[in-house]
Design a protein around this ligand. Structure first.
Ligand SMILES: [Zn+2]
Length: 465
């Protein structure tokens, strides 16, 4: 790709934005030796052109570009608060700066209609994500007998190209495929989200998230950095809260800090026997402390040990870590859990499947890993092997699978409990997508959070690629 980059840079000032985008598109896919697939994976394209990207809170900017000067790597920052379609557009826009304006850092404001460099980069982005030839080819399917495309049909094109309604409409306008003028009023009157539901268009969220996560620049830090400690506190607090522990954030943080500083001498181990929320939070901390040092793959015996650890400071903890000896109906659940006499067998089978999945863990992408972890997590929720602490043990298994590939742990926010439970119910009915989306969002959140301590300069170091 380096040679391609050099030749594209040499060519970039002698052509229009459309011509540059078409050249990038053609030559990039020729170099990969594969045909284009839509929506194109713009984030992989950034990485292939030696650009690291990060999602940040950029406030009134869409993106920033920091060039590859001397021995460093180019970095693109993308506003984390914008919709995925917009983030894809920004990624393509910043790629244009990398090809054309690579001598200087640049910032791309949200509204940039009067700056020629910005207008060029916007035109480039639109053309790269919706190449003229393919756009016309797909649009043809939606033309009426006079050759026009309706706004409803434009939504199908949004789904094909992974671009916003606005940019598809402007593209239709550019190619004279609209029979009316585009106005501000039109965009404010047209209810995009309602129409998408009405037309039952599949959400592309999962495929956008997969692209973003698979090429994301994650800088692994020592697990004693301030952001890691904060992540642990948040995880312990939220994970317990989801299970109904009566604890607040402040107390959870105090327990975590105390155990970190004083180890087994911490007063939280002994003095609060009558408070299940405190002793279970302490147990949860110990379980994650162990998990962060874990080197082996998950097996059924180790899962028992983790479940035991959760309750190791609680009174009457004899049953912790043992499989349940009865069937307890879970209120509200459509599908009931495994019969207690079959738990042993199903845990054995789960372990076999974990082994099978972990066999090629080195070669799979981050998003495939998340998919695997989601499947295993859901399987364990269905078996529901223990008397208590099943939810926490299931989420720990999820994090364990991530740990094998060096990804940090994630937690579901307590305020998202309803969404999480609904996603689990959907998974019970063979639709794993909502649970996948939730876990991918949470993984991206953790990656962004742990990276938030790094300065932009950190990303320009070649070592991190
Ligand atoms: Zn810009």
């Amino acid at each position: 790709m380096n040679e391609l980059l050099t030749s594209l840079r040499a060519f970039s000032h002698r052509c229009s934005a459309g011509e540059l985008a078409n050249n990038v598109f053609k030559q990039y896919f020729r170099e990969l030796d594969q045909g284009p697939e839509f929506p194109i994976d713009i984030f992989k394209m950034l990485r292939d052109f030696n650009i690291n990207y990060i999602f940040q809170d950029l406030q009134d900017l869409e993106g920033i570009y920091s060039p590859d000067i001397e021995d460093s790597v180019a970095v693109v920052g993308i506003n984390k608060n914008r919709r995925y379609e917009r983030q894809r557009f920004t990624a393509a826009h910043e790629l244009c700066h990398h090809l054309r304006d690579y001598q200087l850092p640049s910032v791309s404001p949200i509204d940039s209609k009067n700056d020629q460099i910005e207008v060029y980069a916007n035109n480039f982005a639109a053309e790269l994500l919706m190449p003229r030839r393919y756009f016309l080819q797909f649009a043809r399917h939606y033309q009426d007998d006079k050759g026009f495309v309706s706004p409803d049909s434009a939504l199908y094109l949004c789904n094909i190209f992974g671009t916003s309604f606005e940019s598809v409409m402007w593209n239709l306008h550019k190619h004279r495929l609209l029979n009316f003028k585009l106005t501000k009023e039109f965009f404010s009157d047209f209810k995009v989200n309602e129409k998408i539901k009405e037309l039952k268009l599949d959400s592309l969220e999962n495929s956008f998230l997969k692209n973003i996560i698979d090429s994301y620049t994650y800088i692994s830090r020592s697990d004693n950095s301030p952001s890691w400690l904060r992540l642990k506190n948040e995880l312990i607090y939220n994970d317990g809260k989801i299970e109904g522990l009566n604890i607040d954030k402040q107390l959870a943080a105090e327990i975590c800090t105390d155990i970190r500083l004083f180890g087994t001498k911490s007063s939280y181990f002994k003095a609060y026997h009558d408070n299940p929320a405190i002793v279970e939070t302490a147990g949860q901390y110990m379980a994650y402390d162990k998990l962060m040092k874990e080197n082996s793959h998950p097996d059924r015996y180790a899962l028992k040990d983790y479940n035991k650890l959760l309750f190791s400071f609680a009174p009457h903890s004899e049953l912790a870590g043992e499989y349940r000896k009865g069937n307890n109906a879970i209120s509200g659940a459509i599908i009931q859990t495994t019969n207690y006499w079959e738990i042993e067998k199903e845990m054995f089978e789960l372990e076999q499947d974990i082994k099978w999945y972990c066999n090629d863990i080195d070669s799979i992408s981050f998003s495939n890993l998340i998919e695997t972890a989601t499947i295993l997590h859901h399987r364990l929720t269905r078996i529901h092997p223990f008397e208590d602490g099943n939810g926490r043990t299931c989420r720990l298994l999820y994090n364990w699978v991530l740990k094998i590939k060096g990804l940090p742990p994630v937690y579901i926010e307590a305020t998202d409990k309803k969404r999480y439970l609904e996603a689990l119910t959907q998974a019970d009915q063979d639709n794993l997508n909502p649970l996948m989306t939730l876990f991918m969002e949470r993984t991206l959140h953790t990656l962004m959070f742990l990276n938030s301590e790094c300065t932009l300069e950190t990303y320009t170091l070649k070592d991190y690629i």
